[in-house]
Structures are given as C-alpha cells and as structure tokens.
Design a protein around this ligand. Structure first.
Ligand code: HMG
Ligand code: MG
Length: 302
C-alpha cells in the first residue's frame, strides 16, 4: 500500500552540484539551501567532505557547513547533512558542527573502486569506525548503496548483492539506507524486485529511494517502490546533477516532479509545489543550466 506521507531528502546542493564544471560560489550554495528550506524541506544534504582533488565543487564543504551550523545561515529545525567517506572527512565535518553524516558504498566492485578507491569489503571496514565515531559524538549516520539497479562498468547488479551491502550498513548503525540507482538504468519491475530482496534483510521503514533519471524512468521507479511502502525519497531541485564517476548519468529525479506526483496521489509531504518550482527556476537561471523538472518548467514563466 502507498504510504500516507513521504519524507523528502533534498540532495540538490550536494548531488545536484557536485559535478558542475564551473565553480559555484559558497554564497549561491547557501542561498539555494535557504530557499530549499523556505519551500518546506526538512532534510537538506548540504555538502560533501570528500577530497577536493576528486570533487572540486565540494571543496568549500567546511564553509557551507559552518555557515549553517554556527553562523546563523541555518535553522535549528532543519537537518543539514553531509557525506563523509572516511575518518578524515568525518573529523572535518564534526569540526564544522554537523549533526548528520552519510557514508556511501556500492553494490558494484568496479564502481566502488572508481568512486572511493577501494573494494566493497574495504569500504565497509572503513565505514565502521566512521559510524562508531559519529555516533559517539551524537551524530546520526545515513548510508547509501550505489548501483542498486545497474552499474556503469559491470551492467547488471544482483538484488542479493544490494541486500547484502544494505544489511551491512544497517548492522553498522546507519539509521536509514538510501538505495541509489546511480545511473538511472532501472525500470519499475526491477526496482520492485530489488526492493523486495533488500526489505527481507532491512525493514522498509529504514530504506529510502535515491533514483536518477538518465533514462526517464525515475518517477515510474518511484511509483513502484512507493507501492511497496518506501516512505523516504531523495530528490534534487530542477533535476540537477550527476555523479562524476558514472559517465552520462543525469541528475536525481526532480523534487518538483516528485512533489507533483505525491500531491496527485494524496500523499502528504512538507514541500510546497509552487515554492519549490520557483526555487528550481531561480537556481537554473542563476547557474545557467536547463531546468530538468517537467513540473518545474510547466509551473514557471519560462
Ligand atoms: P584516496 O586517494 O583513496 O584516499 O581517496 P587516501 O586515504 O589514500 O588519501 C589520499 C589523499 O587524499 C591524501 O592527501 C589524503 O589526505 C586525502 P595527500 O597526502 O595525497 O595530500 N584525503 C582527503 N582529503 C579531503 N577529504 C577527505 C580525504 N580523504 C583522504 N575526506 C576518497 C579516497 C574517498 C577520499 C576519494 O576517493 C574521494 O574523495 N572520492 C570522492 C567520491 C565522491 O565524492 N563521489 C561522489 C559522491 S557518491 C554519489 O554521488 C552517489 C550517491 O549520490 C548515491 C547514488 O547516486 O548512487 C551518494
Ligand atoms: Mg546520487
């Protein structure tokens, strides 16, 4: 059955911007984050404490996070989270005052190597102390599994592998694991079968859907997993984004489109459609990018 309400996780400031070739100023990032909060978001992934050599666009992670947590640019009722691939990233994140971090693994060996430079097993060994240290500081940890519906290097990924990695992150103490169709090759039946396999290992309440829209399937895939009971959805305003280690991957499913879908289904969510459409319009104009949200384009004056 469909959930009565869905919690959205806005990943635009992180997943949406991490692959942008032109530098985007910290001020613009902070303004985006503020506008996203104004539109009703309660959880905004704001930064990524990864190597600036690997992902230059996220190099101002500490400035962004400090501004939100210590310099009055954030709000106490909003969860601003950040990616932390290892202890070095976590220590910097803690120093900037974060309350929630995320570790990110994959269900594909080759993607794990390309993305975080280690095997799946090594990544899990690396995450364990990150989760432990974060939780000792009272910081919540989310988990990601990439390539749950396909890998840019290996093609098909077995649902059993996705379930195994998800289970490992859950056992480690992640409060929720987000299932990433990193390259957007999934289709609804595949998404449903993958989720069924994962939900046999980890309760549905602790799973989230993180779908990219490369092949235009993200909304259809979301519908399939909502019907299975998933109630947390990651999305990116204006469909911005793409992963630097997954060539050709488009942005996440657009927040505006998800809000429009949820509204039509009578599912509650905290984000206001008109307001989020205006944010997408503003941001795509500001960074001179096409607006990849169909609902956003329909609702804006362009
Ligand atoms: P590495 O090179 O294997 O790390 O990188 P290392 O421990 O061998 O260290 C090498 C150098 O990096 C050292 O510096 C470290 O200090 C430095 P040097 O001595 O050479 O000057 N270093 C760091 N610097 C800053 N922050 C750090 C850090 N760690 C080490 N945290 C690492 C390993 C994970 C850091 C690297 O591979 C990396 O940064 N990868 C980036 C991956 C990434 O950001 N990918 C995109 C996000 S994931 C995604 O988009 C998918 C998702 O959306 C879900 C989905 O769609 O499926 C989440
Ligand atoms: Mg992603």
């Amino acid at each position: 059955a469909l959930p009565a309400s869905v919690r959205l996780v806005e990943v635009g400031p992180r997943d949406g911007l991490q692959n942008e070739p032109e530098p985007i100023s910290t001020e613009i990032k902070l303004e985006l984050i503020e506008r996203l909060a104004d539109a009703g978001h309660t959880h905004i992934e704001a930064a990524s404490f990864v190597s600036p050599k690997w992902v230059p666009q996220m190099a101002d992670h500490s400035q962004v996070m400090r501004a939100l947590m210590h310099e009055g640019k954030g709000r106490p009722d909003i969860n601003y989270s950040a990616l932390t691939p290892n202890l070095k990233g976590l220590e910097e994140a803690l120093a900037s005052g974060v309350q929630e971090v995320a570790v990110f693994g994959a269900a594909s060996e080759s993607f794990s190597q390309k993305n975080i430079n280690c095997s799946i097993a090594e990544s899990l060994e690396r995450f364990a102390p990150v989760v432990e240290r974060a939780r000792a500081e009272g910081v919540r940890v989310r988990g990601y599994v990439s390539c749950v519906l396909g890998c840019p290097y290996e093609g098909e990924i077995s649902p059993a592998m996705v379930a195994q990695v998800t289970r490992a992150l859950d056992d480690m103490g992640c409060y929720e694991v987000s299932l990433g169709d990193t390259i957007g090759t999934g289709t609804p039946l595949k998404a449903k079968r993958m989720l069924e396999a994962v939900a046999r290992e980890v309760p549905m309440e602790r799973l989230a859907a993180h779908f990219h829209d490369t092949y235009g399937q993200a909304l259809a895939n979301l519908m399939a997993v909502l019907e299975e009971g998933v109630a947390v959805v990651d999305s990116s305003v204006a469909g911005l984004g793409g992963c630097p280690y997954a060539k050709g991957a488009a942005g996440n499913v657009a927040t505006e489109d998800v809000v429009y879908l949820l509204k039509g289904l009578g599912i509650q969510c905290s984000v206001d459609l008109e307001r989020i459409a205006a944010v997408g319009d503003w941001m795509t104009r500001t960074i001179n990018r096409p607006n990849r949200s169909k609902a956003g384009v329909a609702l804006s004056s362009r």
